[in-house]
Each structure stands twice: as C-alpha cells, then as structure tokens.
Write a protein that binds this ligand. Structure first.
Ligand code: ASP
Length: 324
C-alpha cells in the first residue's frame, strides 16, 4: 500500500521522436517533472488530493506546450472553447465547465462549480459569468491565442480536417500516411491523486480539437467519460479523441470494473481503454487506485506523462523508455 499516489498527463498522440526538436522535448519533460514534484511534495505534506489535482492542472493550463488554458487549440471560428472538470472521490462531488471562453484557468471554474454544489456542469457565457462572480480570474478571449495555434488551425482548415493537438505537429512522421486521422488525435491535461487520508481526486482540462465545430463538447468535462473519482475504486483522467471516450463512458468503466467485477486497477484500465480502441479511438488515461497504485496505459505511440512510484517522480513520453 502506497501512502499517497499521483500522476499527470499532457495528452497522447503520435509524437514522433524524429520530428520532435530535442529542446522542445526536454522543455516538455522538465515542465511535467516540475509540476509532478510540486504535487508530490504537497501530498507528502498532507494536502488534500482535490486541492493537489486542481493546482497541478492550473500549472498545466498555464504551460503553452499543452492543449488547455493558455495556448489551447482553436475551434473553426479561430477561438478557444475550454472544457474542464474535477471530481472528489471522498464525497463524489463534481464540478465542470464546457465551452468557456474567458476563464483563465477553467479547472478553477470547475472547482467553483463543485464548491457551490448546486449544479455539476455549466457551459459557455454562463460558466464564465459564474466563475467571474466567484472571483476566478477572467481574461480577454484573445489572451489564449498563440501564433502556433493560428498556424495549426490554418493547416487544419486548408485540409478540411478536425483534429486534436499533438499529432499535427508530427504529421510528417516516419509512418506518414499510415497513421489514420484517428491515430493522430491527442491533447489535453489531467491529474489524479490519492492523499495520505486515502481520498482520491481527478481533474481534466482541454481546448478539445483543432477546427472543432463551435459548441462541440468533448469527454473531459463529462463526469464518467473523461473524468471520474470514487474513494472505493479509483480516480481517472482521460486523453484522446473525446467522442470515443464519451461513447464508452471510459472513466466510469474503469471504476465499474473495479467496483462491480473486482478487477485490479491495471486490468480495469487496460480493458476499458481496449473498448475505446475497439471503436477506433486512440489515446490513453491515467488512474490511481484506492491502494495507491498508479497506471498510465495508452494505445497511441506516445503520451506525455509523469507519475510517482518507488519514492520518486518518473517522466515518460513514449512507450519505450529507450526513446524518452
Ligand atoms: N479528449 C479531448 C477532447 O476530445 C482532447 C484530448 O484528449 O486531446 O476534447
């Protein structure tokens, strides 16, 4: 039994090493390591899992390498629409926002929804207004938009495709056209934790898919699809092509396999992700269990991730540590 557990992801996808500039790779890995080490220190000091996953996702949202908050991908109108959720495994309280455009850190808006307790999911202008009224920082929608995202959107629109984040940076990888559009999907950030009191929590935040239809909502803010936590089983945050995760209710599927069928965390996570794969969906998930185990399976070539095990933080991008 591990006293506490922690994992984060920064999205999954093709992430071909041959097209991944070493300085960018190192910067991504260093960002993940720093965020995970601060979170682990907070858990070691006795901080609550819910607070720790919220803070980790705030830091990931503020990091432009990842598709959430500042630097998130753009929809078909060239604007950001941000989705986020978090869930407390102790109380099974949850809060989420979808299609927010003005809230600097959407996970903070989700936390305000959770703390308020009346609703679980707020969308669009209502979500932004609620967050502002609760003292969550608001910004002009243009603040989120980076030059890199404008270029990415222009490329997606020129090819008439709707896609997720990381893959597009690596479109000309070694497998070239052998990668299907679905395999190229990725993005998003998330965190899961078990604290020293045995409580679990999960949080997820994303800009969704590049060139998505305005108004499209992915799996991240849908409790049970991209985000779920229950002290009796596990805490889960997913990344990948959200439509498949919604159709498989992925995060709740991991919980259900543990709670109802007695599966181990690893078996439940693998089996739930395999169901997504059977539909044609790629990506991954991170999960911690009630005993403090952490698993990070993915069926795409890479997933940005960091986790705590054996007394230290590990960082990975590819399946094979040799290429990390
Ligand atoms: N799951 C997210 C969505 O579909 C995106 C991602 O994980 O990259 O909105």
């Amino acid at each position: 039994m591990n006293e506490f557990a922690f994992a984060i992801h920064g999205g999954a996808g093709v992430i071909d090493p041959a097209n991944f500039a070493p300085d960018r790779r190192q910067a991504c890995a260093a960002a993940l390591r720093g965020i995970a080490e601060r979170a682990v220190a907070a858990l070691a000091a006795g901080r609550a899992a819910l607070d720790v996953v919220e803070q980790a996702v705030v830091e990931l949202e503020d990091c432009e390498y990842f598709n959430a908050g500042y630097g998130a991908v753009l929809n078909g109108d060239g604007e950001v629409e941000l989705d986020a959720a978090l869930m407390d495994g102790a109380t099974r309280a949850a809060g989420a926002v979808a299609s927010a455009r003005r809230t600097r850190n959407p996970v903070r808006a989700a936390r305000a929804v959770l703390d308020d307790g009346e609703h679980v999911l707020l969308i669009g202008a209502g979500a932004d207004a609620f967050a502002a009224a609760r003292g969550v920082e608001c910004v002009d929608p243009a603040w989120f938009v980076t030059d890199e995202r404008r270029v990415q959107l222009a490329a997606a629109q020129a090819e008439g495709r709707v896609s997720l984040d990381h893959d597009e940076r690596y479109r000309d990888d070694a497998r070239g056209p052998a990668w299907s559009e679905t395999e190229r999907k990725s993005g998003t950030v998330g965190a899961v934790a078990r604290d020293r009191a045995g409580h679990l929590a999960a949080a997820t935040s994303t800009g969704g898919m590049t060139n998505k239809r305005p108004g499209r909502v992915g799996d991240a803010p849908l409790i049970g699809a991209g985000t779920f936590a229950d002290d009796a089983s596990c805490a889960v945050s997913a990344t990948g092509h959200g439509e498949y995760y919604i159709r498989r209710v992925l995060a709740h599927d991991v919980h259900a396999r543990i709670a109802y069928a007695g599966a181990t965390l690893a078996a439940a996570a693998d089996a739930a992700l395999a169901e997504v794969g059977r539909l044609g969906g790629t990506g991954g998930l991170i999960a911690v269990g009630r005993d403090g185990d952490a698993v990070l399976p993915f069926n795409s070539p890479g997933m940005y991730r960091a986790w705590y095990a054996g007394g230290r933080v590990h960082v990975g991008i590819y399946a094979d540590p040799e290429t990390d």
